[in-house]
Design a protein around this ligand. Structure first.
Ligand code: C5P
Length: 310
């Protein structure tokens, strides 16, 4: 229980910092080429594989035996992770499309629709049962989230077509997030392999698909100026935060579940709004107050309700 609370707390901080730094990194005007999003996705996978391999080594007295047994000698088990890996790779690239076309607030709020897609997949794939009040609390949560979004929309200076592209990217990411998360949960909970080994398997495929994606979409640019063109401190921070996210999310899915993960990451909206308010002073409290209040109330109700039902 302690691990599940701790991992949920770290997840809130990780999501908040990732969204803010990612948006900042995509809009920062600098001399020279901007970094390639497809390259950042690959770098994050590599970092995640390194971190998980290190964790497996530490857990097993620096022996490579377990890795060989679980990854090389069980190709069918390893292959199972190809499905979420291809979906997550697509999703990670969509996320950059979304954040290049939408402001951070609109993106974050719209992306909360994944709570609903996750619940639908949890019911259909894991046979989870949600009671009437749990469905109702999910719907209220969505309503609160939508209310928060209304004033955020009118403040924007983005073009309609850019917004459409951004919204489509987020909506696709919602479906993929729900499916991939629940699929990964099914694998983690129905088999005995350690969460780090599963993450390495996922990361290996993620790396391959991400790399292919980078060559297909940005091959020309990579050949011209290299894979790490435009990287700076902010880019490295985004990559590190994304890799950390992979680790934390795996722990959350293992010790809690995907629906709770959705509630935790939606809490990050409040955290980033507070940060905008106190540090960046670009928050208009009058417009968003009612939506925010309803949303906070419903999030708390839903969370309490969810814990209560377990
Ligand atoms: O928005 P959502 O919660 O679906 O995002 C999940 C993110 O976590 C994706 O970027 C995915 O690549 C990453 N992930 C990971 N390792 C896992 C599970 C998810 O890197 N085991």
């Amino acid at each position: 229980l302690f691990l599940s609370y701790l991992s949920l707390g770290v997840l809130v901080l990780q999501t908040t910092s990732l969204v803010l730094t990612m948006r900042y990194s995509r809009t920062l005007k600098e001399d020279g080429p901007r970094y390639l999003a497809s390259s950042a996705v690959v770098s994050a996978e590599v970092l995640k594989i390194f971190a998980c391999t290190l964790l497996v080594f530490i857990e097993n007295n620096f022996s490579v035996q377990l890795l060989k047994e679980e990854i090389v000698n069980k190709p069918v088990e390893t292959m199972k992770l190809a499905i979420p890996a291809v979906i997550y790779t697509l999703q990670n690239n969509l996320l950059y499309v979304a954040l290049s076309n939408l402001d951070a607030a609109t993106y974050q709020v719209t992306y909360q629709l994944k709570i609903l897609t996750t619940a639908l997949f949890s019911v259909s794939m894991l046979g989870k049962r949600l009671g009437f009040y749990q469905w109702l609390s999910l719907l209220f949560l969505m309503a609160g989230v939508t209310l928060v979004q209304v004033p955020a929309d009118t403040q924007k200076i983005l073009s309609a077509s850019s917004q459409f592209v951004g919204l489509m990217a987020v909506l696709m990411a919602c479906v993929s997030s729900g499916f991939a998360g629940v699929y990964f949960e099914k694998i983690l909970k129905e088999t005995k392999q350690s969460v780090w080994v599963r993450n390495i398997q996922l990361g290996l495929f993620g790396f391959v698909f991400g790399f292919v994606g980078m060559i297909v979409y940005d091959g020309q640019k990579v050949r011209q100026s290299g894979m790490f063109q435009g990287y700076n401190t902010i880019t490295c921070t985004v990559v590190a935060l994304q890799a950390l996210g992979g680790l934390v999310i795996a722990v959350v899915i293992k010790y809690a579940d995907n629906i709770l993960k959705g509630f935790a990451t939606s809490l990050s909206i409040i955290v980033s709004t507070l940060i905008s308010y106190f540090l960046l002073e670009d928050f208009n409290p009058t417009g968003q107050a009612s939506g925010m209040a309803l949303w906070i109330a419903m999030s708390v109700c839903s969370l309490v309700h969810h814990f209560g039902s377990d």
